[in-house]
Design a binder for this molecule. Structure first.
Ligand SMILES: *[C@@H]1O[C@H](CO)[C@@H](O)[C@H](O)[C@H]1NC(C)=O
Ligand SMILES: *[C@@H]1O[C@H](CO)[C@@H](O)[C@H](O)[C@H]1NC(C)=O
Ligand SMILES: *[C@@H]1O[C@H](CO)[C@@H](O)[C@H](O)[C@H]1NC(C)=O
Ligand SMILES: *[C@@H]1O[C@H](CO)[C@@H](O)[C@H](O)[C@H]1NC(C)=O
Ligand SMILES: *[C@@H]1O[C@H](CO)[C@@H](O)[C@H](O)[C@H]1NC(C)=O
Ligand SMILES: *[C@@H]1O[C@H](CO)[C@@H](O)[C@H](O)[C@H]1NC(C)=O
Length: 375
């Protein structure tokens, strides 16, 4: 369980002005997710290395459609903003809402969530109203300065409904009564690496109008629990397929979504495959399932310790064609983002004029090596 928690996979800026969220000067966003079910204390997060920290995850009550914080996490959510501001008073804390994809949630977080709640919420206007109003109320109650909807697998009906939700959510945020010392709530959304996949498309116009920005989930492309072939789970480039971060980002931009509202997601985890034949350790080599952990996922800190255990001089190899790191030993094939990869991705985000990056998730860093790579 401890390993499972450390491997859990799984982001921002300050408004100088509370008057207009579109004209407010936006600085480079360095955001990080913190999951409340992890054993990692909030006080250990080096919030000075981030501009935004995202507390995850709230969900939605299946009968009232109000935002709901799981009871065992209530304490963490109530102290989060106060604690992260101690090391960095200008940090902007956001509250994230998870789509509750039941199967994934259960395997990762050990509890079931009803994945159809968000879909039902979108389908009826009174439910939507409950959701929107309670989300604003909850965020304010706990001192969060923004709300993030981390819904990764909406279907085509959900996606067209999300367009309307975002219009209403934005209107509520704009009209929220508040005094001049309180800034307007930020609205963000976690999105897939590419806007059109499997004939499902994001409502780009509404997103452009209503979101402060979108968090691009640019990882978990290939996973050992799903494919018995070694694969890059978060490659920036891929000369032979469209499954890459660069492809996805270019699709968002050519679809009309502005670079200034895209925040690049980077994983603080990698995946291990168990090779079918240790002598064939190339990319795409046959595997017989996950290596090292139950689902093959490994936090960066864990990967580093694993490599060190191979003795002095053992190190990962950086491949600049894909922008990934590998560590291969015996029948274990690990693909992850090491410091070089993180630096290259940050340079890429700057070259493309993106708003910043986010990391999933902060607890998996090793002595802040990856987070410092961005400074
Ligand atoms: C949903 O809300 C109802 C009514 O407030 C409450 O009785 C129920 O326990 C809530 N469900 C969960 C899972 O929190
Ligand atoms: C899941 O949510 C839907 C929509 O709110 C509801 O109709 C259904 O009863 C819920 N299922 C369970 C198992 O709670
Ligand atoms: C503004 O509202 C906040 C939150 O409700 C409150 O703490 C603060 O005292 C208010 N400031 C002024 C100047 O009214
Ligand atoms: C990659 O995407 C481009 C543009 O959408 C498309 O023309 C091309 O056929 C795709 N290639 C593959 C291998 O899917
Ligand atoms: C991978 O291979 C193992 C061993 O043959 C098998 O048990 C597993 O179901 C396979 N996984 C997938 C995703 O095909
Ligand atoms: C990256 O790996 C691929 C596949 O193994 C290889 O063809 C390519 O030459 C490597 N690139 C570098 C810069 O090592």
């Amino acid at each position: 369980m401890a390993i499972r928690k450390t491997i859990i996979l799984f982001f921002l800026f300050t408004f100088l002005s509370s008057q207009n969220h579109f004209s407010a000067a936006q600085k480079w966003v360095k955001a990080g997710y913190w999951y409340s079910g992890s054993d990692f204390p909030i006080s250990d997060i080096n919030s000075a290395l981030f501009t935004h920290l995202i507390c995850a995850f709230a969900n939605v009550n299946s009968s009232t459609y109000e935002l709901s914080i799981p009871s065992n996490f209530e304490q963490s959510f109530s102290i989060f903003t106060g604690i992260v501001k101690r090391k960095n008073p200008s940090i902007v804390p956001l509250l994230s809402i998870w789509d509750g994809q039941a199967e994934t949630y259960k395997s990762i977080f050990g509890e079931a969530v009803n994945s159809s709640v968000l879909s039902s919420m979108l389908a009826q206007s009174s439910y939507k109203k409950s959701f929107i109003e309670s989300s604003v109320k909850t965020a304010r109650t706990f001192g969060f300065q923004g709300i993030d909807l981390f819904w990764l697998w909406p279907d085509s009906t959900d996606l067209s409904n999300i367009g309307t939700l975002l219009d209403e959510w934005r209107a509520t945020v704009e009209s929220e009564p508040r005094n001049s010392s309180v800034s307007k709530l930020i609205l963000t959304m976690g999105v897939r690496y590419s806007p059109s996949l499997q004939s499902v498309s994001y409502p780009i116009d509404s997103m452009k109008r209503n979101l402060d920005w979108a968090h691009v989930v640019a990882y978990d492309y290939h996973m050992p629990s799903r494919e018995n072939f070694t694969g890059n789970h978060a490659a920036l480039y891929n000369p032979s397929s469209n499954i890459s971060t660069d492809f996805g980002i270019r699709e968002w931009l050519s679809g009309g979504y502005p670079a200034s509202k895209l925040v690049l997601g980077m994983p603080y985890h990698g995946y291990a495959w168990k090779l079918a034949n240790p002598t064939d350790n190339s990319l795409g080599a046959p595997a017989s399932g996950p290596g090292v952990t139950i689902d093959g996922s490994m936090g960066f800190r864990f990967i580093r310790a694993f490599i060190q255990n191979y003795g002095y001089g053992a190190r990962s190899v950086y491949n600049s064609t894909y922008v990934v790191n590998y560590f291969v030993a015996g029948s274990t094939w690990i693909n992850f983002d090491d410091v070089e990869t993180v630096r290259a991705k940050i340079s890429y985000a700057k070259e493309k004029g993106l708003l910043g990056y986010n990391v999933f998730q902060v607890i998996n860093d090793d002595n802040w090596a990856l987070s410092l790579a961005g400074w």
